[in-house]
Design a protein around this ligand. Structure first.
Ligand code: AFD
Ligand code: MN
Ligand code: MN
Length: 433
């Protein structure tokens, strides 16, 4: 893990604020320590685990997002990858747990990637899994992705999409990344428009070429999504399809679960468990939603679902069934300052993780084996109901971050100051990020 360098946020501001919150925090933490003792839980052990948690921030998430109707740019928003890294460093300095960013290519393309790495290093920021964008056309529209990218019927269009992925891998290598996430928008709007079977064959064929370009220690994460941008059929629509493709490609191919990429009421935690058992769970895109791929802030709508997902992850990791899962956030911040949303989302993710560490999985298993649904349900509900905010705040404090990151951030007037320096964004056209 990289060291905090406090280049984006003056450490003195954090310390000053922390001083005023520390005695209230001590009080709450002591109370929780005693409360957890009643259940033979050592708060310090939990805190040590929590302190090591990491989740990557998406570079596209620090820009103001939008819908297909409009985008309302915020003040002082970052205009390029360098400014995005500065904002990510603000999040990491205040909140911690977010040492890495997940870049998106070609959006984050630069001329000199070694220079970009040095720049990010100077802010204590590293690079997580890279993403490839073949859901839009770039400057060269000779081979359009209008009718698909990796699954396009035209082999030259497919080659162009493969090339974008290969470049993303090459860029990622220079940046120190260890993986590539592939999400394609390929699909059809009309019955009969495309052959379900032949488009999947073309996907596998294209992905094999990308897979063969992966460095030895890299993973490729296959992200699925049921609909949108295509509204009738999607090539990689669900975890089953993603699993079959990952299996076909080989050991370095894994499935990625984006929480918003499920139809309403889907039991996502069960999908997580299945993928763990199939040894194909590779990563997450955390967010929350009410209706579809809303990309709302993690834990803002259904925190219990987020907890239940961590419940599966923690139980599996205690049984040594998983390691190296890439945790990433994938959100679109349309009406908030993205920095505040990302701070709070990271905190929500940590809350859920922390609560899952309070569950006694041995007792839970016993209740399951005894067919005692009330007892089993209560074990989970009890852990979920405990207010762990002081534990998480103490972890932040001991990691050198802010006890109250939002109020500390607000005192900085960061975006107001950046608005004086950064080019203002005139682009209010529709579309995400
Ligand atoms: C999409 C997917 C995918 C992609 C992102 C781009 O969730 O992760 O990279 O949006 O913003 O909906
Ligand atoms: Mn996603
Ligand atoms: Mn999405």
């Amino acid at each position: 893990m990289g060291e905090l360098v406090y280049k984006a946020v003056n450490k003195q501001i954090i310390d000053q604020h922390n001083e005023s919150y520390k005695s209230a925090l001590d009080f709450d933490f002591d109370y929780l320590e005693k409360k957890l003792q009643q259940s033979q839980i050592d708060i310090h052990k939990i805190k040590d685990q929590v302190k090591n948690f990491q989740v990557a921030v998406p570079t596209w998430g620090v820009g103001t997002g939008g819908t297909r109707f409009a985008r309302f740019p915020g003040i002082g928003e970052p205009q390029n990858i360098y400014e995005k890294i500065e904002d990510c460093a603000v999040i990491n300095d205040l909140m911690g747990f977010t040492q890495k960013v997940s870049p998106h290519f070609p959006w984050d393309n630069v001329k000199d990637f070694s220079e970009l790495k040095i720049f990010a290093d100077s802010y204590g920021i590293g690079f997580d899994v890279v993403n490839s964008n073949t859901f839009q056309d770039s400057e060269d529209i000779s081979e359009s992705f209008k009718y698909g990218s990796l699954t396009n019927t035209s082999s030259t269009a497919r080659d162009k999409a493969i090339e974008i992925n290969l470049k993303a891998i090459d860029n990622g290598r220079i940046l120190g990344s260890k993986g590539l996430t592939v999400w394609i928008g390929d699909g059809g709007n009309f019955p009969g428009q495309m052959s379900f079977s032949r488009s999947l064959d073309r996907y596998i064929d294209s992905m094999k070429k990308i897979y063969s370009h992966l460095p030895k220690d890299w993973t490729v994460l296959l992200e699925y999504k049921p609909y949108e941008p295509a509204f009738y059929s999607t090539v990689i629509s669900d975890w089953g399809t993603s699993y079959i493709c990952a299996k076909e490609l080989g050991d370095k191919a894994m499935c990625l679960v984006d929480l918003g990429h499920h139809l309403p009421n889907t039991n996502i935690e069960m999908i997580v468990s299945r993928l763990i058992d199939l040894k194909k769970l590779g990563g997450f895109h955390f967010n929350d939603s009410k209706f579809g791929d809303d990309d709302l802030d993690a834990g803002s709508i259904n925190p219990y679902e987020l907890f239940l997902i961590f419940n599966e992850l923690t139980a599996a990791s205690q049984n040594n069934k998983i390691s190296n899962i890439s945790y990433m956030i994938d959100q679109s911040h349309n009406v908030t300052d993205p920095i505040e949303s990302l701070i709070l989302s990271t905190n929500e993710i940590l809350n859920s993780y922390t609560k899952s560490l309070l569950v006694n999985y041995h007792t839970l298993e016993k209740a399951q084996d005894m067919n005692d649904p009330i007892q089993a349900m209560q074990i989970l509900k009890n852990a979920f109901s405990i207010d762990v905010s002081s534990l998480v705040a103490m972890a932040r404090y001991e990691n050198g971050n802010a006890i109250d990151p939002i109020s500390t951030y607000r005192s900085m007037d960061y975006k107001k100051k950046k608005a004086l320096i950064r080019k203002s964004s005139s682009d209010s056209s529709s579309g995400i990020v």
